[in-house]
Design a protein. Sequence first.
Lengths: 307, 431
Amino acid sequence: MVFALLPKKSPNRDGGEVEIEKDLRVEDMEATPSGQDGPVLVSRENRQTVGVGTVENPRMTCRNVDIYYGDNHAIKNVSLDIGRNEVIAMIGPSGCGKSTFLRCLNRMNDTIEGCRITGEITLDGINIYDPKIDVVPLRAQVGMVFQKPNPFPKSIYDNIAYGPKIHGLKGSKSALDEIVETSLKKAGLWNEVKDRLDKPGTGLSGGQQQRLCIARTIAVNPEVILMDEPCSALDPIATAVIEDLIDELREQYTIVIVTHSMQQASRVSQRTAYFHLGDLIEIGPTEVIFTNPRHELTQDYITGRFG
Amino acid sequence: MNKDDSKANKKVEKRTIDIVHQGLAKRYRAEGRFKFYGLAAIVMSLLCLAILFISIVGNGYKAFRQTYVELEVFFDPAILDHENLSAANYSGLVKSTLRKMFPEVKGRSEKRELYKLVSPGAAFQLRKMVLKDPEIIGRSISVWVPADDDVDMLIKGYFSTDAAENARRLSDKQLAWIEQLREQGKVKKKFNTTFFTAGDSREPELAGIWGAAVGSFFALLVTLLLSFPIGVAAAVYLEEFAPKNRWTDLIEVNINNLAAVPSIVFGLLGLAVFLNFFGFPRSAPLVGGMVLSLMTLPIIIIASRAALQSVPPSIREGALGVGASKMQMVVHHVLPLALPGMLTGTIIGMARALGETAPLLMIGMVAFIVDIPRGFTDPATVLPVQIYLWADSPERAFVERTSAAIMVLLAFLMLMNAAAIVLRKKFEKRW
Ligand SMILES: Nc1ncnc2c1ncn2[C@@H]1O[C@H](COP(=O)(O)OP(=O)(O)OP(=O)(O)O)[C@@H](O)[C@H]1O
Ligand SMILES: [Mg+2]
């Protein structure tokens, strides 16, 4: 697995311009993994899911889910389970449909014009796409941290207090204050903003906004939390705080996290799902995916071949 | 050979930054040109505006002062002898006072000329004084009464005395009397309160803008109360709740068409529907406001929809993501963000409504109305119609009043715009 990039500068004797010759040689494209004792890899052409997607006593199940944006088939026949008290990571190259899949777990895709979904997704055995299902309690139960931080253009305090307020979780002012404080503390933002809770949330830095959105989501105590790259703008210390939070939340709740950091996936998740161009390529226990992938595409990705 | 080589090398070594530097001057020139064009456009428009203002103010500022004549009135019990004081002969009182001031005037026609020096409003003024305090009967009081508009024009210098006597509005005798009064210090220009407190009148010196201003206020209030809530509600429904299908497309196209419909058509509609079908009163600010709201509604709807569209979808997602219902999302997050834009659209619509005459002509708000309207159903006229009516009047004194009325209208407009800016600032500051 060696990329050879050999730029050559040819001296230009005839007064012409310098030519840079690229010699891109990719060696042993078709080779099996370095550990020759491992099982034979599933070839790249095979787009069937490898690994067991089901778990015992799942919190959410997805069966034969297809998602289309107009004519664009963004998710193709994905089936997987999300277990109780587990963290499941979704990885895959940019544009493979991780966000799309995540967003349909709490019906956020309803808001997108032309987005169509088929198949079945259940939460505690109830089909969430049933026309009788009310999305408001669903979204209170299945919270979401979006890929782009989107604080409300209100004060930091109101950002956090909004969810508890509309759900009527806490009546008194002091109880609300407490929720705001604990949520911000859990998201590792309290020390930075405790003196300016009345300042607009949009005035924070990108990473602070991201943590504010995490705090906003956990303030309503959702039972399933969908996190779309929650640490993409965070420094290692803030990332560690969030990862600790995820670990802590896992004891009670279920978390689905999309991440581009494989170290993060291996640190926080128990199971990992690898997506590629809308297909669920491989799913399994995290250590297996990262140490012993069974699909060539997965291996390509985790070894940095592309993505 | 060596020289050649280095030349070639130089050519090769042309770095990106050199190319950037090369183009830089051109870029800045283009930028400078663009700035100049923009500045020139602004200066031009400011210049036009200044010319407009100067001509209006130059024409109109004298209307804010009015010539008054001092009369030494003896409230003669013999003349005011009437069981009903309000019906007594007050113009007789004015006439007797004038006769006393110019005892040399004899003969009917000469007397009539003398009486013409003061406005017919003088009698009303004396009546008001007597009704307020009947004790003054039998006493002698000096009173400043408005001069006739021709005298006013003379004092303000609009009147040429060079023309032949029969080609002038004032005869030689009248000019002499005025000169006499002037020498006695009995002619003075004072602030024209009548202009700001009275309704319309056939006599320029008694005509005021207040009736039209109140009419405009009532009509615009109706317009605002009808079109803002309906317009915003329609925009919110169409933008946030309505399914996107052929029907909503049709509605959208029609709203855009309505915004372009000439305003007189709305006047005809108002005439046919509000007056003839529903039988609402003619000339009333209520109906005027309703017609104007037909006209402003599409403007408000279009502006409000644009404002709603400009709210970033991520804010909506954030709200929905924590479990807000669609209604909560709209009320708590989208509307507050869109409100400044909606207000701007509303003010534009209202400003257009304030200056609108054509549709109001159709529903009879062009009538000559002396009384100040006291409610939404009283007959009234509005500022632009008043301007139109005065501009159409032959009296010289109405020329300056027309300009003064335009100034009042512009002041109204600026007040509205200022209110809009203040409101917008207030709403924007909330976050
Ligand atoms: N709102 C949308 N409308 C139309 N197509 C969309 C929309 N959002 C995503 N897509 C398409 O769906 C596919 C998957 O996008 P998605 O955002 O799920 O990728 P992703 O895996 O989250 O990528 P990234 O890691 O860059 O966030 C892409 O081809 C994208 O073009
Ligand atoms: Mg994404």
